[in-house]
Design a protein around this ligand. Structure first.
Ligand code: BG6
Length: 513
């Protein structure tokens, strides 16, 4: 039974806009699909919402020669397509934004490109002060990062003499511990850690940040947020989408590296971390790193027990027939790449010892949903067990990250009537119903934070390495063990049946997808 009690916000006031510095965002790899799909829609919305000053410019750097005008037209068409998927397009707002869009062609391996970039930035700045502050966005394969870093250094664009200089580095941040360390090393030769913003777009989602507010802004939940009261935690990121047009990237990556190594471990750290001493970048990230350090990297023999991988077969999603992963364009017909991964992590510290954290993600599953389900233990005494109809199960707190963002709490209640009948009911908070307003897209929040110099929602160097320290042994063990018989789950299902054995080891069950 589900009785819905709507949580209404008690007081809502619009937060004041903080003024941002004038700056130029330089996007390397601007002709890649991230720009039209995420970056420019985010910047356009920030301009329309008045978050960015007039002296703000975007300079895209790509390989092909192109005029500013052509670049603007190309970006207009691409950004408009994506923005219109969720909201109305504001043509006047775009035109205001487009004036600040510029383009430069350059080979990122050639030092001359960076000298030309420095000149271009000076020209942009001769009109205004914007050229003094620079945000360099690496929307490029990780292999290019060392050349970009060196090029910026030689062109004196990394130094912070007249203004700030920051870099945003996109995922994938390496493909294992060694490559992540090498990438960090290359960046650190030129940039101080305070200048580096490693992006994990999950941290930009309102509902992900809300995990901290829910836990540390209320005194109601934190006292039970530990092994004395919590039985287990499930973290799920299910997608109906398949590999789309990204086979070249995905074949080399797989679900574990693509989702668990970053987004899902971030959700885990936010769920498990201790309260930080302050809400600032270092205090928050310090506590997250402690969680990662409390998880022991798995030994090879543990990997077989505590992980499951899968690959999708053909099937049907929302009434549409979809092909098997191996039949997708660009995928090898014998591909051993996993499109589903489930892992049991143990956070071995005072707060969490003995509480399993089950994490799973997969493509082409029955539904798109990302959630964290915190299952509490049963009451110590089953007081109502002998009553005519006792239906009281354990409490569950579900933090819905997407879609239908919100929080749901399940608890037992007495049914109306003269006899002692009980039932489980639900209390539900929905972002949409309570606030009505659109949440900013993750990239809006993150780009604005980087411009403001707030790194709280970006991953620190040791954090990213700590994530790989947990993932690399799993990848290595999988490479040594015989591959499972792929495909092993139908598109439109909840994933491989074998995944059930992870929670079953301790008498637990996954929630339905
Ligand atoms: C990306 C992954 O980082 O996150 C994709 O590379 C995945 O494979 C995407 O689809 C999921 O993000 P979101 O915001 O749609 O949940």
């Amino acid at each position: 039974m589900s009785i819905i009690i709507q949580a209404k916000p008690i007081r809502i006031s619009e937060p004041a806009h903080t003024k941002t510095d004038a700056c130029v965002i330089v996007i390397f790899g601007v002709l890649g699909d991230l720009t039209g799909r995420k970056l420019l829609p985010a910047l356009y919305r920030l301009v329309c919402a008045g978050h960015l000053p007039d002296q703000f410019h975007v300079l895209g750097v790509g390989r092909d020669a192109m005029s500013d005008e052509r670049f603007r037209t190309q970006m207009h068409d691409s950004a408009k397509g994506f923005v219109q998927e969720t909201e109305e397009w504001n043509e006047a707002g775009w035109q205001d934004f487009a004036k600040r869009l510029h383009y430069a062609a350059g080979d990122l391996k050639d030092a001359a490109a960076y000298r030309q970039l420095a000149t271009r930035l000076q020209e942009l700045g001769s009109k205004e002060q914007a050229s003094l502050n620079h945000l360099f966005y690496f929307s490029t394969p990780p292999s290019l990062a060392p050349s970009i870093v060196d090029g910026l250094n030689e062109a004196s664009l990394a130094q912070e003499e007249k203004g700030w200089s920051r870099v945003i580095v996109e995922k994938p941040f390496g493909r294992d511990l060694a490559s992540a360390q090498a990438l960090n090393e290359a960046i650190a030769r030129v940039f101080g850690e305070h200048q580096v913003y490693r992006i994990d777009h999950y941290l930009g989602k309102d509902t992900v940040q809300n995990i901290l507010v829910f836990r540390f802004g209320n005194s109601l939940f934190e006292p039970v947020w530990n092994r004395n009261y919590i039985d287990y935690v499930e973290i799920t990121a299910a997608e109906t989408l398949g590999v789309e047009h990204r086979a070249a990237y995905y074949e080399e990556t797989g679900a574990l590296r693509d989702m668990v190594a970053n987004h899902l471990l971030q959700l885990l750290t936010l769920t498990a971390m201790d309260p930080p001493v302050a809400f600032d970048a270092d205090s928050v990230r310090e506590e997250k790193v402690q969680v990662l350090r409390s998880i022991h990297p798995m030994a090879c023999e543990e990997v077989a027990e505590r992980t499951v991988r899968g690959q999708y077969d053909d099937g049907e999603i929302n009434g549409r027939k979809v092909p098997a992963y191996r039949d997708e364009e660009g995928v090898s017909p014998n591909s051993a790449t996993e499109t589903y991964a489930a892992v049991e992590f143990c956070v071995e510290n005072w707060r969490w010892a003995g509480v399993p954290f089950y994490v799973r993600t997969g493509k082409r599953l029955a539904r798109s949903l990302t959630e964290i389900a915190v299952h509490l233990k049963r009451t110590p005494q089953a007081l109502f067990a002998r009553t005519p109809a006792d239906r009281i199960g354990p409490n569950v707190i579900v933090l819905r990250i997407q879609p239908d963002e919100g929080i749901n709490i399940t608890f037992g209640a007495k049914r109306p009537g003269t006899e002692m009948h009980t039932a489980m009911v639900q209390m539900d908070f929905s972002y949409q119903e309570s606030f009505g307003a659109r949440s900013p897209a993750a990239y809006e929040t993150l780009l604005l934070d980087a411009i403001r110099g707030d790194a709280t929602l970006f991953t620190r160097r040791d954090e990213v390495e700590a994530q790989w320290r947990l993932i690399t042994p799993i990848e290595e063990a999988w490479a040594q063990q015989p591959s499972p018989k792929f495909p092993n789950y139908a598109s439109g299902s909840s994933g491989p049946a074998e995944a059930d054995r992870l929670p079953q080891r301790y008498g637990h069950r996954w929630r339905a997808i």
